[in-house]
Design a protein around this ligand. Structure first.
Ligand code: GDP
Length: 199
């Protein structure tokens, strides 16, 4: 299993402090409170590693995890938290734009969305920046346990129907339901990302 043996490597405050772009990177992005930290914890199988922060107003760090195969998981700052001053929010979004559009060793993006509020304007902004690269994107609709079976199926269909707008090649963007609470969807996430790795 790809994620299970990922180990926390470092937290950095500024993108300038990222390690040199040599190993492959897979980034996790999402709206603040969408469930990104919980999803990473669930995938990695530790609770100690990605900190589930209850104070999203704090300086946000980029957390890097290293997988057995040498590739890194890069946990990007959550965006859109309303209680943060506008200037700070803009700075985070600029950071994300730079990283998503310029990082040469970024092989794919995992976009975390709350299944009850998918495709917010900032989620769409992330797609606008990254999808033109042609690199793969996997959307995880989290907290699916909060929806009924039929409501979550409806959300999945709705999101699937909207994503082709960003695809520059067939199969570039995939989407799944996920629940950290129920630990549901781990294998689907893993097989999506395994497909991004060179054999
Ligand atoms: P982040 O800001 O995107 O990293 O979000 P967190 O992982 O900190 O989660 C935000 C809140 O949603 C926390 O209260 C979590 O306990 C809750 N949460 C996260 N994932 C799930 C899930 O799959 N199911 C349920 N029911 N709650 C979740």
């Amino acid at each position: 299993s790809l994620f299970r043996h990922a180990r926390f490597e470092i937290s950095i405050a500024r993108p300038q402090d990222l390690p040199p772009p040599d190993g492959a990177e897979i980034a996790f992005a999402g709206r603040s409170n969408a469930g990104k930290s919980s999803a990473i914890n669930t995938l990695v199988g530790h609770t100690r590693l990605a900190f589930v922060s209850k104070t999203p107003g704090r300086t946000q760090l980029i957390n890097i995890f290293r997988m057995n195969n040498g590739a890194a998981l890069v946990d990007l700052p959550g965006y859109g938290y309303a209680q943060v001053p506008e200037a700070v929010r803009k700075q985070w979004v600029r950071l994300l734009e730079n990283y998503l559009t310029r990082r040469t060793n970024l092989i794919g993006l995992i976009l975390i969305m709350d299944s009850r509020h998918p495709l917010t304007p900032l989620d769409q902004q992330m797609l606008d920046w990254f999808a033109p690269s042609g690199r793969p994107i996997h959307v995880m609709l989290t907290k699916s346990d909060k929806l009924t079976r039929s409501a979550s199926a409806q959300t999945l269909t709705l999101v699937k129907n909207r994503l082709p707008k960003w695809q520059v090649r067939p199969g570039q963007i995939s989407v799944q339901l996920f629940s950290s609470l129920k630990k549901a969807g781990i294998e689907e996430a893993e097989s999506a990302v395994e497909g991004w790795m060179a054999p």
